[in-house]
Design a binder for this molecule. Sequence first.
Ligand code: SF4
Length: 317
Amino acid sequence: MTKILELKDLNVSFKIEEELFKAVNNVSFALEKGQVLGIVGESGCGKSVTAMSILKLLASNAIIESGEILFNGQNLLEFSNKEMQHLRGSKIALIPQDPLTSLNPLYTIGDQIIETIKHHRKVETKEARELAIKALQDVKIPEAESRINEYPHHFSGGMSQRVLIAMALCCNPEVIIADEPTTALDVTVQAQILDLIKELQKERNTSLIFITHDLGVIAEFCDYVAVMYAGQIVEYADVKELFNNPLHPYTKGLFESLPTPNKEELKVIKGQPPSITEDIPGCTFHPRCPFKMENCDKEEPPKIDKENGHYVSCYLY
Ligand code: SF4
């Protein structure tokens, strides 16, 4: 199958008081049509920075230092701002984390979806409105014809997230990036939103990058998983393989801290993930790793292909 999106050795740093601190370190992965890749890891591990690099929507002090982001073979890092503006939403779309801060409170839901459609497609307002109503119906918003005239504050958190999904899908993008799309929602509506994203992704055969800190979500959704720690992918495998045979001590720690019905005791990964300003020699997980060996704090472990595309960066292998 052809690769729709491919990241090759991406390195992103943040400039803080004239010093560069690495947030994404040699990240590589590929996504084919209709595939779902989950990126999992604790807060601050570089998941969102990786995703936002694809859309070139990074903070002003972020610098993409090297690497390639290939979309249908074209390197997005060589795209102008204008080209990126056209691509965002029409080819690669984002479902953001927080629906309440992502919608403009001063405009109706309809105005916001219609504007997105008209920005990317040569259609008159009347047709754009019809497409917007259809997009709201697709995400199961009842009475879409009248609700399109309402403002964001008339919508609950779950309904607002449905609106954002409608906006992301209204131009039929080839890739969707969902950045922890249920984190800001009540537990009761989280499952509904996940089911909706899954249903629409399958129906349209869209490629999806799903960013989460929740391995349960990964199990339900994804074909492949990249486990990130301190800006690096420390393990990568297809979802069944990762769940049956996790290799990296960090991945194992994530599984051990997952609540499951028969588990008597939940283990936690000791310590905290490092801050971006910390320079940790060798394996960045060594201060927290129960299997640390002599070499681990000296040199960065290489990426090993265990078998069938199951990669791990750890001296145990
Ligand atoms: Fe632990 Fe060493 Fe493997 Fe790092 S390289 S995860 S410190 S065993």
